[in-house]
Design a protein around this ligand. Structure first.
Ligand code: NAD
Ligand code: MG
Length: 395
């Protein structure tokens, strides 16, 4: 590796992308933003390019690429602007890239995240949907290429920090009894069930502890985020779904825990700020300043825990069900959820209908085994089509 590590930040204009650039900017002697991507916020990407002067920028289409290229040339930058999935995959696998921050939201990030994995990069995984969709194939690709996969999701980063270095020998071999996956419970943890019928996208996106993109904010409100994280944890740590227990912890100070057979429970704590897991993964196995202030336990004073209520959060039950089923089921759950969340954000459906759509889509087809990426993409497409049919029937 070169002295200065070159980082491709995929999804640079998003919440995780901007936090990543904030950490990178604190350590110019260690990290350089080699490539930045954005989908719709072209003006914001231009500002980021002027500040970070990346070798590559990647946008959605040829027209946007032309416009950005022209603007950057006028500003005297030699940044090359690429576009589309091909552009994302090219920078993710570029020989000069040391690490890839996979921070595109949803299935749209799958191919570029896999490209980084297949090229054997250090992959900082925020895009949990990619792993949920392609689980086994993804982990096989990691083993085959020797990619270093480091979790950015705060819970998985916490679990990684609480596990011994040789956990790949197997959880039981290293004395782990359970993984305790913490969840804030989101903004609707105590809302009356009848009121959930009328909650708005603004209320769903007003997370009590974390500031995040809109899709993951709605997922947090429905607890589908925790469901996706349960599946993510199973793949990352080779756990059975039954070994992962979800614990509601409203303060979001403990980011997750590992329960060992001798009765020890190790936890990772910190202020809820994604720059901590990002800095951890960037510098691992070293530690660097992330800009996050020290935890003030006296100000926090207490930590609470509750069992999740699956009547309130049916998405959690659906995710556990597909985690057990395996095969194409997680990809179908993820795709139906993406369509349903987008429809909720567009005010086409009510909040509880997110879970109903997913449930109906899953009931239409038994999970089949996954032999190839094409099978995953086909399952994703079928689930999207069925979720759209549901919307048309009920709209
Ligand atoms: P965001 O909506 O703030 O940003 C998403 C980024 O992806 C943007 O840069 C956008 O331009 C890009 N993008 C969107 N659609 C795209 C498409 N079709 N093609 C290419 N690029 C596209 O989202 P976020 O909150 O930063 O989350 C990003 C990922 O990280 C998600 O998978 C999320 O689950 C995960 N994550 C986020 C947080 C958090 O605190 N925000 C925490 C844990 C995990
Ligand atoms: Mg998380």
């Amino acid at each position: 590796m070169s002295a200065v590590q070159r980082i491709a930040v995929l999804g640079a204009t998003g919440s995780i992308g901007l936090s990543t650039l904030d950490v990178i900017a604190r350590h110019p002697e260690r990290y350089q933003a080699f490539a930045l991507s954005a989908f719709s916020r072209l003006a914001e990407l231009e500002v980021l390019c002027l500040r970070y002067r990346p070798t590559f920028a990647v946008v959605a289409d040829a027209g946007a690429a032309q416009r950005l290229q022209a603007a950057l040339q006028v500003a005297g930058l030699s940044t090359r602007v690429l576009w589309g999935d091909a552009g994302l995959c090219e920078v993710a696998a570029h020989e000069q890239v040391d690490a890839v921050m996979a921070a595109i939201v949803g299935a749209a990030g799958l191919s570029s995240t896999l490209a980084a994995v297949e090229a054997g990069k250090k992959v900082l995984l925020a895009n949990k949907e990619a792993l949920v969709m392609s689980g086994d194939l993804f982990m096989q690709a990691v083993r085959k290429s020797g990619a270093v996969l480091l979790p950015i999701d705060s819970e998985h980063n916490a679990i990684f920090q609480c596990l011994p270095g040789d956990y790949a020998r197997g959880l039981s071999a290293v004395g782990v009894r359970r993984i305790l996956l913490t969840a804030s419970g989101g903004p609707f943890r105590e809302t009356a069930l009848a009121e959930l019928e009328s909650v708005t996208p603004e209320q769903a996106c007003a997370h009590p502890n974390w500031s995040m993109g809109r899709k993951i904010s709605v997922d947090s409100a429905s607890m589908m985020n925790k469901g996706l994280e349960l599946i993510e944890a199973c793949w990352l740590f080779d756990a059975r779904p039954a070994q992962v227990e979800v614990v509601i912890h409203p303060q979001s100070v403990i980011h997750s825990m590992v329960d060992y057979v001798d009765g020890s429970v190790l936890a990772q704590l910190g202020n809820p700020d994604m720059r901590t897991p990002i800095a951890h993964a960037l510098a691992w196995p070293q530690r660097i300043d992330s800009g996050v202030s020290a935890l003030d336990l006296f100000a926090i004073a207490r930590l609470d825990f509750q069992r999740p209520d699956e009547e309130r959060f049916p998405c959690l039950r659906l995710a556990r069900q597909v985690a057990e089923e395996g095969g194409t089921a997680p990809a179908m759950l993820n795709a139906a959820n993406e369509v349903a969340v987008a429809a909720f954000l567009e005010r086409r459906i009510r909040f509880p209908e997110i879970a109903r759509i997913i449930d109906d889509v899953l009931n239409l087809e038994a999970a089949s085994t996954v032999e190839s990426l094409d099978a995953v993409l086909a399952a994703d497409a079928r689930a999207r089509a069925r979720a759209c049919e549901w919307l048309n029937r009920h709209g």
